[in-house]
Design a protein around this ligand. Structure first.
Ligand code: SAM
Ligand code: SF4
Length: 496
């Protein structure tokens, strides 16, 4: 045991590369606590004309400044909030139309060297059964996800540990991409794997790029450094606020240019976290010309052996959560906005017009899809709010007028980073996405949908086809129709 402990301590020393923080920091980091606190103390209750000027900027798909988003946060008038909600919907429609992308989380390992106060996987939770999936076990999970449910995208999740380091993640990426499951009309496979893992060095991120990572996702948890340091013990790797803060800089340098940021809402004042997320977006845009590909808004959920997860004084209620989603949509209008099954079906449904991605058929137990291990509910990282199947979610989305997109074309056609951001800003990426949503939805309806879901799905797909016919150049319409026919005949994975 002692030998093992010693090895882990050596490993921790090796992970953090100080000059891969300092080179981006220029003496001080981009989260200016004093500025944030001053902005949060302003109480101006802004006029409607001032608010509307800012909303115009969101509608022109420009990132808001810290002062502007802070002004929107101070709105008290419920009528103005309704207006902000409507503009947030308009922004989403302009950039992403009525599409919602779905994915599944794949929890691969809960081994962890850290002791984050809010997380069920923390090292000191000795009642947590520790499991790391083998490659064979990962393969079994993928057979279900891709072959029975029909997912095309994953977010792979691991705790931070030498046994789930970059080499394990690279091996898992190769395994996941290698599975191809026959279905009655074609086949199912995972075509984009995003990773949610601990911050890494430029060299390790380069390995992920080479292995075909989609988005690299790391949440800062809280941007408020004193709180961060209190809840992440200082003798752990995660205790290093700046190593985490600059991991997306390192990702950009390694060529991983689709990066996903987020804050765990409920650890500190949500307004501060919004300022943090906006400052982070502005910093990435300024330094690399590429803002975040996605922003996630995980909200603190009860976790086993975590007092903080239940009693945090900053827990966010539903009303504030809605405001958070609206404000982020307005502040960083081009970014994808992810809300996960941590939330209830009611909240998710309300947010569909503003958000862009959600998970479904979610299982966050290790080996949970194949039920490889016997695990109690409390043995998962936290409690889920929505356990409905992908089929049920697709049906609900279709009934509400949204098309589920299984598109994974972007990164496979080189539309990542700066390219995709510019395309999104001028509305062009949306054209590719619309066509790819139709093709991938057709594929999924034929391979996986229940009869009830197929019925409503057909209606939405016809509507989408009509829209393309009425608004796209005839050469593109012909190309789409030809690809659409091929998919109906069983050809799979066609994209523009
Ligand atoms: N271990 C890596 C890390 O900490 O970055 C990645 C995996 S961790 C399992 C993924 C995310 O789960 C964390 O970044 C955190 O935001 C979120 N999380 C942890 N505990 C949570 C809780 N009680 N409720 C909701 N989300 C939680
Ligand atoms: Fe480990 Fe991540 Fe959980 Fe922290 S949040 S205990 S690093 S799995």
């Amino acid at each position: 045991m002692q030998k093992n402990e010693c090895t882990i301590q050596d490993w921790i020393q090796k992970v953090v590369v100080q000059n891969q923080i300092d080179k981006y920091k220029h003496g001080h980091h981009f989260i200016h606590n004093d500025t944030f606190q001053k902005l949060l103390q302003q109480r101006t209750n802004p006029t409607s004309s001032c608010v509307r000027d800012i909303l115009q900027k969101s509608l022109s798909i420009q990132t808001l400044s810290l002062q502007e988003i802070s002004t929107l946060m101070q709105v008290e008038d419920p009528i103005l909030w309704n207006e902000m909600f409507e503009v947030a919907e308009e922004v989403k429609k302009k950039v992403y139309d009525n599409r919602i992308v779905t994915f599944a989380p794949l929890y691969m390992s809960n081994l962890c060297v850290n002791n984050c106060e809010y997380c069920g996987f923390k090292k000191e939770n000795s009642e947590m059964k520790r499991i790391r999936l083998s490659m064979d076990e990962i393969r079994e999970e993928i057979k279900i996800l891709a072959g029975c449910i029909g997912h095309k995208r994953l977010i792979s999740v691991v705790g931070e540990h030498p046994l789930s380091d970059v080499d394990y993640i690279v091996e898992s990426l190769n395994t996941i991409y290698s599975v191809k499951e026959k279905t009655p009309h074609g086949y199912g496979n995972i075509r984009r794997v995003n990773i949610n893992a601990a911050p890494m060095s430029i060299e390790d991120l380069g390995k992920l790029k080479k292995a075909g990572i989609g988005t690299f996702q790391v949440f800062q948890e809280t941007y408020h450094q004193p709180t961060y340091e209190k809840i992440h013990p200082q003798d752990t790797i995660k205790g290093n606020y700046e190593w985490r803060l600059y991991c997306m800089h390192r990702a950009q340098e390694a060529g991983v240019d689709d990066v996903g940021i987020g804050a765990l809402f409920g650890l500190y004042d949500w307004r501060y976290e919004i300022l943090g997320l906006v400052a982070h977006s502005i910093e990435l845009e300024t330094e690399f010309g590429i803002g975040p590909h996605t922003i996630s808004v995980p909200r603190l959920q009860p976790a086993s052996h975590s007092e903080l997860s239940i009693h945090s004084r900053y827990r966010v209620n539903d009303e504030d959560f809605r405001k958070i989603v609206v404000l982020i949509r307005l502040a960083v209008p081009y970014t994808g906005l992810i809300i996960t099954a941590r939330e209830s079906p009611t909240i998710l449904k309300e947010m569909y017009p503003i958000m862009t991605q959600r998970d479904a058929s979610t299982n966050i137990k290790i080996g949970g899809y194949e039920k490889t291990f016997l695990q109690e509910e409390e043995e998962q990282q936290f409690m889920l709010g929505d356990d409905r199947s992908l089929d049920e979610v697709v049906r609900e989305l279709a009934n509400e007028g949204h098309i589920t997109s299984f598109c994974t074309a972007g990164y496979r056609c080189g539309r990542t980073g700066k390219k995709i951001m510019n395309l999104l800003r001028c509305g062009r990426e949306g054209q590719f996405c619309k066509l790819n949503a139709i093709l991938t939805f057709r594929e999924w309806l034929d391979d996986f949908a229940s009869p009830e879901t197929k019925q409503v799905g057909e209606k939405i797909i016809l509507k989408e086809l009509k829209e393309v016919e009425n608004s796209f150049p005839s050469s593109e319409v012909q190309e789409l129709l030809s690809a659409y026919e091929q998919v109906k005949q069983g050809v799979r994975d066609l994209y523009f």
